[in-house]
Design a protein around this ligand. Structure first.
Ligand code: AMP
Length: 305
């Protein structure tokens, strides 16, 4: 089943302890599509400026990403500049230039409006809300966000919570949005405002999935070399939703497996700058890594009785 993603398509400039990259392919919708397209067809809606190197998106098209909803507008593309120091878990934003994003109004093409899975990747929550007015009854709507929007658009984000089935965000963002330091309480706060599932990612310390009456935890894959964490969250979301769309199964067991697919895709994303590694891997690599996750968490319990 198809996934519709609406989010940023950016040019990123990133500095990590291991190197620097300037104006490389980035953005929440880009990483999401790169990951999800390994599992299911993807339809992308977004905007780039007249300076965007459109030919660099070719590998995504070759992977089956439909760019029929990607507008090219007059002006500068969205640019994000960030730095990671030795703690690779937290990005320091040095600059965000909205460019053509500041006047963007998402227009969902007719052919995309019936997508059964919708991912509202990190963009202005007002635009995320506009997207929902244009789609017809998806099976699952999920969203993501970040500190930039929590600071500038908190009321819109809270409104958005009432219209989504699932939200993914990292621990810092969960604390900031809910104004609660304890993550279990933060998850409950979010669940009370709409979504039935809340996923809180903790970088190299794994990810929690909360519902009103259950908690599931998956570790992050213990990689020896993390090169650039940019896009790990969006790739997690791509693996997660991509798996659900492929299986069409929204049972709790399937959602838990989806968390593992998300963790696997996030772990590939951080092995190179931009979407480099995600464009290299194939289904055998993904299956192998999911198998490694299985071994990582398997143990035989000695429970009384
Ligand atoms: P993450 O998966 O959280 O590491 O997201 C990284 C991507 O988010 C980068 O490729 C950026 O281009 C993009 N990004 C950064 N800031 C924003 C923002 N304010 N709105 C939308 N996308 C952003």
């Amino acid at each position: 089943m198809t996934v519709l993603v609406v989010g940023s398509v950016a040019l990123d400039s990133v500095e990590t302890p291991f190197g620097k990259a300037d104006d490389v392919l980035g953005g929440s919708a880009t990483f999401f599509s790169a990951a999800a397209s390994h599992l299911t067809p993807v339809q992308l809606v977004g905007v780039v400026g007249s300076d965007y190197p459109m030919d660099k998106l070719r590998p995504l098209v070759d992977r089956g990403v439909d760019l029929g909803g990607l507008e090219q507008a007059e002006g500068e593309s969205f640019r994000w500049r960030g730095r990671y120091r030795h703690d690779l878990n937290s990005a320091e934003t040095l600059e965000t230039r909205l460019g053509v994003f500041s006047h963007f109004r998402p227009k969902i093409p007719e052919a995309f409006r019936n997508a059964p899975f919708v991912f509202l990747a990190n963009i202005d929550p007002r635009l995320q809300l506009e997207v929902l007015k244009q789609v017809s009854r998806p099976k699952l709507v999920a969203c993501d966000t970040m500190n930039f929007w929590i600071e500038s658009r908190r009321p819109d984000l809270i409104e958005l919570l009432g219209h989504v089935d699932l939200i993914t965000l990292n621990d810092g963002e969960a604390r900031q949005l809910t104004e609660t330091s304890n993550l279990v309480k933060a998850a409950r706060w979010l669940l009370e405002r709409g979504p039935t599932h809340v996923i809180i990612k903790k970088g190299e310390h794994g990810a929690f999935m909360f519902t009103k009456d259950s908690v599931f935890f998956a570790p992050a894959y213990p990689l020896e070399d993390v090169f650039d964490p940019t896009g790990a969250g969006d790739s997690f979301a791509g693996g997660f939703i991509g798996y659900l769309a492929r299986s069409g199964d929204l049972s709790e067991a399937s959602l838990r497996r989806a968390v593992i697919y998300g963790s696997a895709m996030g772990s590939f994303a951080v092995e190179r700058f931009s979407i480099g590694r995600l464009m290299e891997i194939g289904s055998a690599d993904i299956a192998r890594r999911v198998g490694e996750f299985h071994r990582l968490v398997s143990f035989e319990a000695e429970l009384p009785g």
